[in-house]
Design a protein around this ligand. Structure first.
Ligand code: SAH
Length: 461
């Protein structure tokens, strides 16, 4: 019999093993075991037999690289993108879309069970997109140089080198077109492109924003300095080739940082903002403002949130972590009053502008931490009929959950981008008088490992 003593793993860097993939990690890696040691391999699927080379060994686990696919899974799909393996922007292109949706639902189910101890919650099938490509309305792409050519693409991992991409399968087509025009212009007029390593050169990033409902396009050139030689020539080309162009902005970022946008923007042409619509609500989008990146699915997600809120027009609603007020304005169409709370002051300013743009008077936006502001309201006796939360990855702070219990809303609608913290928070609420009625995952980011969902909780009595 094998002795059950602690052993050093029999796995060494650069060695090659045949492995059977038995699991799938949250970042989309296949998981297999070699001599009792866990190996993560990108680009492979459960059920596959592969030949992998070990590229990194840590204490408890390691990473491998696929050398040969010995028995492919029936769930495998051919990635559309030629740089899929190197880019890292997408992680699931090698998995069929139907299975991506199933996997995202299962992730929610498993988290609820393992972390939340919630085993018989109704979790609906993930609502996917009928065309899960070209869904992003914002691209932010670094500009660089390679063999004397101006290129746009992404940084190779741990390097200052830019891997060129001419078409990105998840961006709106207009982004490919704008980037081509910028490359041609920068090449022709010898615009010095930025060198990240030496912090020299002018043109750093190009940001393209598109209103899917309106067709309006904003182009932002991020520069390491004030000048923009031959800017009018680029403008002319963009106006000829990009029908929806409404705004050309120069943003100045002179700091040595990987934060893309600087503090200051100059309008070169057109308007400061473009407009878009989600459902019946209009939004003004500026160079710096945050906006949901998949507008089609945002409408689906927030439509579900609205359905779960079951508003009749009489309710007082709180929207915690409200951003630029997307959900708040959606809800305000059917509520007596909506109070939005958001920590970033610029987002609050955008939210107020968007309320005015839609002539909505029954919304109030407050700048502050949801975990501070809402407990204050609770202790002042303010009550809400429905509370909606849409927290960042770390979930809701406990003071907010306690304030929810104090306010005793009939319904809580929880929009989440992280099943683990969702499960933790649902556990808390379900131990304190709420029932988790149903969960609807919505695929906001096809081809990637991001999982978004909306949950309805109802007060027990
Ligand atoms: N519902 C929003 C997006 C929510 S994303 C929309 O549709 O636009 C989460 C938001 O929470 C971000 O805008 C972030 O700035 C904000 N946030 C992060 N921590 C916060 C806190 N402690 N209190 C309030 N808002 C916070």
């Amino acid at each position: 019999m094998e002795k059950l003593t602690r052993q050093e793993p029999h796995v060494a860097k650069n060695e090659v093993y045949e492995i059977e993939i038995t699991g799938f990690s949250n970042d989309g890696y296949g998981v297999g075991r070699v001599n009792g040691f866990t190996l993560f391999v990108p680009g492979v699927l459960p059920g596959e037999k592969i030949l992998a080379k070990v590229v990194k060994v840590k204490k408890q686990y390691g990473y491998g690289r696929l050398l040969e696919l010995r028995s492919p899974s029936p769930d495998r799909a051919e990635p559309v993108c030629p740089v899929y393996k190197r880019c890292g922007g997408c992680q699931l292109q090698h998995l069929s879309y139907a299975k991506q949706l199933e996997w995202k639902r299962q992730w929610v189910v498993d988290s609820l069970q393992r972390i939340g101890g919630l085993s018989d919650v109704l979790v609906h099938p993930t609502i996917g997109m009928s065309a899960p490509w070209r869904y992003r309305n914002k691209s932010q792409v670094p500009v660089g140089q390679r063999n004397g050519q101006v290129v746009t693409g992404f940084y190779a991992p741990r390097s200052h080198e830019i891997i060129p991409i001419e078409q990105c399968g998840i961006q709106h087509e207009v982004s490919d077109r704008v980037l081509r025009l910028v490359r041609e212009w920068a090449g022709k007029w010898q615009i010095p492109v930025y060198d990240e390593g030496r912090h020299q050169g002018l043109l750093r990033h190009v940001v393209v924003k598109t209103g899917f409902a309106t067709g309006e396009v904003m182009v932002v050139l991020v520069t390491n300095g004030e000048r923009l030689p031959h800017g009018e020539k680029l403008l002319n080309r963009l106006r000829e080739e990009v029908p929806g162009l409404q705004s050309l902005v120069q943003n100045i970022q002179t700091r040595r940082t990987n934060v893309i946008l600087g503090e200051r923007s100059k309008l070169l042409w057109g308007r400061e903002v473009i407009y878009d619509r989600i459902g019946n609500v209009r939004f003004a989008i500026s160079a710096r403002s945050f906006y949901q990146v998949n507008p089609l699915q945002t409408e689906v997600l927030y439509g579900k949130a609205l359905e779960y809120a079951a508003l009749t027009g009489e309710e007082v609603v709180i929207d915690a972590y409200c951003g630029i007020g997307t959900i708040s304005l959606f809800l305000a169409q059917k509520a007596r009053h909506v109070y939005g709370v958001e920590v970033v002051p610029e987002a609050v300013a955008d939210a107020r502008r968007n309320a005015a743009l839609n002539q909505m008077q029954n919304v109030t936006f407050v700048a502050g931490e949801a975990e501070t502001v809402i407990p204050e309201w609770a202790s002042q006796g303010l009550r809400a009929d429905v509370i909606v939360v849409d927290p960042p990855r770390k979930g809701c702070g406990e003071p907010l959950l306690m304030a929810i219990l104090e306010m005793r809303p009939r319904r809580v609608v929880y929009v989440s981008c992280n099943p683990a913290t969702l499960a933790r928070d649902l556990k808390y609420l379900s131990e304190h008088g709420y029932v988790v009625a149903e969960v609807q995952p919505v695929d906001m980011f096809p081809q990637t490992v991001h999982v978004e969902s909306v949950t309805l909780l109802v007060r027990k009595d």
